[in-house]
Design a protein around this ligand. Structure first.
Ligand SMILES: *[C@@H]1O[C@H](CO)[C@@H](O)[C@H](O)[C@H]1NC(C)=O
Ligand SMILES: *[C@@H]1O[C@H](CO)[C@@H](O)[C@H](O)[C@H]1NC(C)=O
Ligand SMILES: *[C@@H]1O[C@H](CO)[C@@H](O)[C@H](O)[C@H]1NC(C)=O
Ligand SMILES: *[C@@H]1O[C@H](CO)[C@@H](O)[C@H](O)[C@H]1NC(C)=O
Ligand SMILES: *[C@@H]1O[C@H](CO)[C@@H](O)[C@H](O)[C@H]1NC(C)=O
Ligand SMILES: *[C@@H]1O[C@H](CO)[C@@H](O)[C@H](O)[C@H]1NC(C)=O
Ligand SMILES: *[C@@H]1O[C@H](CO)[C@@H](O)[C@H](O)[C@H]1NC(C)=O
Ligand SMILES: *[C@@H]1O[C@H](CO)[C@@H](O)[C@H](O)[C@H]1NC(C)=O
Length: 414
């Protein structure tokens, strides 16, 4: 896999302030480069994602709007406010029918002077600070090649970037097209930020569950954990989170890239005002993958019970035969409330649910992806008690429906 060379364009510069902070953190370490590069790399990936995720109405405007806006005040930092004029490098890699190659004239270097055009330095979204947390295990020691190579054991691929070229060694083919789409995201990153991606060397595991148990590395004499990237982590693990493949697409279930889906969702949101939506909590998915999801199914409306939930099983086989008409995400923003519940690990559905302009009823998860930890309760979502789901849902929906004008005012939510 490789990246073509070319010249000079300007991009959204990372301010000196930023690099300073990073640098200070790693400067004492002999092997600082690995950690530093991994860090900058994540910043850049984040920049790519965040411009799509948070500049839009998605996370900022979803539940946020309903729980907070009309009152016009907030006690939470507004992560959507920071706008700056981005210099975008569009990905012009479709040539009529041929969507497989990008032109060879892509810029690969970056001239800092041209950044003077953009008066405002880009500000990273709030959730970026979590990368400090994820890299803490190596903050004092730095990251050595030996540590990286120990992560090879389970890694699906090793990615090396040298002078803007990506080199990949695949160990094990990942499930479906996860690895391909992850790598495609990295190539897009290289094209969007020509000359700004530092050299790096990282191991990537595409399997759902985090594996680097903190307890295994906290015993005396234990080695440092190997730095391993994957799509999620939890409180018990040292795995480093990276945006999942679905941001760039998931063809096996007909899911387009995030940028495209977001446009569809915004359009879907415009079609129906919140008060005109069904006054229930909606969820559709595969309950088989987690006991808490099977448990959730008990909250579905039945003859004896009205928990205010409308729950549906996603049958991917049937959907596929019917051309995914029933699973079109934009048409799923028809309820005032939407439930998020993770599956066997984090669920890619989270961003689509949050992006509906509905109140997200968020069953407290055990796993985190790269943006979850930046979400603020009662600002982005309404937390649901995982051990008392039906009653949590019923209460939230009743309350929201009884206070349609006030769902905005989270200060009155007890
Ligand atoms: C950003 O771009 C908009 C539209 O192109 C322009 O009106 C505005 O002045 C620009 N802002 C800055 C700070 O350059
Ligand atoms: C795409 O392919 C069709 C049929 O093969 C052809 O008629 C059309 O001109 C092609 N379009 C471009 C932009 O190459
Ligand atoms: C990583 O593992 C693969 C097999 O999964 C092996 O072929 C390769 O040599 C290993 N690389 C390193 C650096 O240990
Ligand atoms: C972690 O520790 C458990 C039990 O102590 C052990 O079974 C497991 O193999 C260890 N895992 C790793 C990755 O070292
Ligand atoms: C939504 O509400 C606004 C203001 O009440 C109204 O102007 C608009 O037409 C409504 N949109 C739809 C799709 O009903
Ligand atoms: C939940 O209830 C609705 C309405 O009765 C029904 O259409 C749906 O199939 C039920 N869902 C499940 C998972 O049983
Ligand atoms: C989180 O883990 C706990 C303990 O294993 C479990 O009871 C709970 O159902 C999990 N939460 C979810 C949302 O699956
Ligand atoms: C909502 O209103 C109904 C009837 O108006 C009332 O019975 C119920 O207790 C209210 N629920 C909440 C949570 O405010």
């Amino acid at each position: 896999m490789q990246q073509r060379q070319s010249s000079n364009v300007h991009g959204p510069g990372h301010s000196g302030h930023f690099t300073d902070t990073i640098w200070r953190q790693f400067i004492q370490s002999p092997a600082k480069s690995y950690a530093l590069f991994a860090f900058i790399f994540l910043l850049l990936v984040g920049a790519l994602i965040s411009t799509r995720l948070l500049d839009s109405t998605a996370l900022g405007g979803g539940t946020n709007k309903k729980l907070r806006d009309r009152k016009g005040q907030t006690d939470a930092p507004d992560i959507t406010k920071k706008h700056y004029n981005k210099t975008e490098y569009p990905l012009k890699c479709t040539d009529g029918n041929n969507t497989k190659t990008c032109p060879g004239t892509y810029p690969t270097s970056y001239t800092p002077e041209e950044d003077h055009d953009s008066p405002l330095a880009p500000t990273c979204p709030d959730y970026f600070r979590w990368i400090h947390e994820d890299l803490r295990p190596w903050a004092r020691t730095g990251i050595t090649r030996e540590m990286v190579e120990r992560a090879n054991e389970t890694a699906n691929f090793r990615l090396v970037i040298v002078k803007g070229r990506a080199y990949v060694k695949r160990n094990i083919k990942a499930f479906q097209s996860r690895d391909t789409f992850t790598l495609w995201g990295i190539l897009q990153l290289l094209r969007r930020y020509p000359g700004k991606i530092p050299d790096l060397d990282l191991m990537f595991d595409c399997v759902d569950w985090p594996i680097l148990l903190k307890s295994n590395y906290s015993v005396p004499g234990a080695p440092a954990p190997p730095p391993l990237f994957r799509y999620c982590a939890n409180d018990q693990t040292f795995d480093i989170v990276f945006p999942d493949w679905s941001f760039w697409g998931w063809p096996e279930v007909n899911i387009k890239s995030w940028g495209k889906i977001l446009k569809d969702l915004e359009e879907g949101n415009r079609r129906m005002n919140w008060t005109d939506r069904e006054p229930y909590a909606y969820w559709k998915g595969n309950p088989v993958v987690a006991s808490s999801r099977q448990d959730l199914m008990k909250c579905n409306v039945s003859e004896g019970q009205e928990w205010n939930a409308r729950l549906y099983v996603q049958d991917w086989k049937r959907e596929k035969q019917k051309g995914y008409k029933q699973s079109e995400l934009a048409s799923q923003c028809k309820h005032r409330f939407k439930i998020y519940i993770e599956g066997s690990a984090w669920s890619v559905s989270e961003k689509y649910i949050l992006a509906c302009d509905s109140v997200t009823l968020y069953v407290t998860p055990n796993y985190t992806d790269f943006f979850t930890r930046g979400l603020i309760p009662m600002h982005h979502f309404w937390p649901m008690n995982v051990y008392d789901k039906c009653r949590s849902i019923k209460f939230a929906v009743d309350w929201g429906n009884n206070h349609t004008g006030k769902v905005t005012d989270h200060n009155t939510v007890v």
